[in-house]
Design a protein. Structure first.
Length: 449
């Protein structure tokens, strides 16, 4: 049986701390809310993502493993990777920013004070009227609209049908688990650091091949984004199962849901189709308007005349998310135009003062100097003379350079790191020690690898 990793969460919540409130509505619909009690006696709703840190999650994974070992592996990895999601800066995976009606109408564009922003604001205002009046048909599905508005990740199925993606997932889970026996405890803070390092090194440590050839470094990050997209979907599905098992344990048996109760439970704790199969826990912090639209969708399910009210609430949510996605696309274009105009306004630097020289009479610096090879050999000889006097980690890098005849790319392979990492380590740490050792030996050459 596959090892199912468990992990510690900081500011953890125990299952015994969860209080389940059951709301019974006049229509006969029941709704369950998972809460926790604060020290002052108040209660806050539990973010569904926190359920992934419970021991119950391991029990769910073991049940999945009994049915499908490969699926248990992917769900285990997804459960861990969502703890590494980014919500800020240009490397973010999900877009969690408060938004309101000014974002939908284009009023938020005017803070840029550019001609393009003003034109886009007018166009978006017209677009708002047409979309909210139902006069423009949607060109994308609800899922595409949600992912376009709230995610920077590609839309992919929640299964690992792609062999390359499956291989990537297996290698990553093996690196996270290490050589542990049985259940493995993974520290989330350390995991985030490792994932960040893998990203910076363009996943150099992974053996990824496509069509029999090694996958290019620049393509590896794209595979990781697809992996994160699957992780969001699968963990959303897993949250529902964890919440369902907890509720069944409290009630003493598995609850039987009506159609409305099933939708309510999926909206709160699952991957609801109308929300792009993204659990609402990932989108906490998107502002009051988004919360109001979701509450209206939930309220429409607990009244007597469900059909009409539900369709209206769902359509209002679709239209708002659609306009938000379009608005955020405009904001990207406006920001890009503003950066370009800022660059164009800056004065370009002219050549330095003094008499100008004709290029045809100047030496071609791109051509290798005749004595470059002898200079290179002299530097390598200097490295050979000091290699044994350095600390082990510095000596390892210096000997790698010697064995590779000064080629940094080959030296990086010998050290088992990427060229980018090798250059950084050598520049920030080893170079100073090398120069100091050479100076002590009476060498005057500055090594610049």
């Amino acid at each position: 049986m596959t090892k199912i990793p468990t992990y510690r969460v900081f500011d953890p919540i125990a299952e015994s701390d969860i209080i389940i409130l059951q709301n019974n509505y006049p229509s006969g619909v029941r709704d369950w809310v998972f809460c926790r009690e604060n020290k002052d006696g108040s209660r806050d709703a539990v973010n569904p993502i926190e359920l992934l840190g419970l021991d119950r999650a391991c029990e769910v994974l073991n049940k999945v493993c009994e049915k499908s070992q490969s699926q248990a592996v992917t769900f285990s990895l997804s459960r861990l990777l969502v703890q590494c999601l980014k919500y800020r800066n240009n490397t973010r995976h999900l877009v969690v920013e408060p938004w309101d009606e000014t974002n939908l109408t284009g009023g938020s564009f005017l803070k840029n004070r550019t001609d393009l922003a003003r034109d886009c604001s007018v166009e978006q205002a017209e677009r708002f009227k047409l979309v909210m009046a139902g006069q423009v048909e949607a060109e994308k599905s609800a899922e595409e609209q949600y992912w376009g508005a709230f995610s920077a990740l590609p839309i992919v199925p929640d299964k690992f049908k792609d062999e390359l993606l499956w291989e990537f997932a297996k290698q990553m889970l093996a690196k996270i688990e290490g050589n542990g026996v049985g259940d493995v405890t993974v520290n989330i803070s350390s995991l985030r650091t490792r994932v960040e390092r893998w990203w910076k090194d363009e996943f150099f440590d992974f053996e990824l091949k496509f069509g029999g050839k090694e996958l290019r470094p620049r393509d590896r990050r794209g595979i990781f984004k697809r992996l994160m997209s699957v992780a969001v979907r699968q963990s959303s599905t897993m949250m529902w199962q964890i919440a369902f098992d907890i509720l069944a344990g409290v009630l003493g048996s598995e609850p039987t849901f009506s159609e409305q109760e099933k939708k309510l439970f999926e909206i709160r704790y699952g991957s609801y189709e109308s929300l792009g199969n993204i659990n609402v826990g990932f989108l906490y912090g998107d502002g009051d308007l988004h919360a109001d639209l979701l509450n209206a969708l939930g309220k429409s399910l607990v009244i007597a005349s469900v059909a009409d009210e539900y369709e209206k609430a769902e359509e209002d949510l679709y239209r708002s998310v659609r306009l938000l996605g379009e608005s955020r696309d405009w904001e990207k274009k406006i920001a890009a135009r503003k950066r370009k105009e800022s660059r164009d306004r800056k004065q370009r630097k002219l050549p330095g003062k003094g008499k100008r020289k004709q290029a045809k009479y100047q030496a071609d610096r791109k051509t290798r100097s005749p004595d470059a090879e002898s200079l290179k050999e002299e530097l390598l000889e200097g490295l050979r003379s000091i290699a044994d006097t350095l600390k082990p980690k510095h000596s390892k890098r210096v000997r790698a350079l010697i064995d590779s005849n000064g080629c940094r790319a080959e030296a990086a392979k010998i050290c088992g790191v990427s060229t980018k990492t090798f250059n950084r380590q050598y520049r920030q740490s080893t170079k100073a020690h090398v120069n100091k050792a050479l100076a002590e030996l009476g060498k005057e050459n500055e090594i610049d690898y």
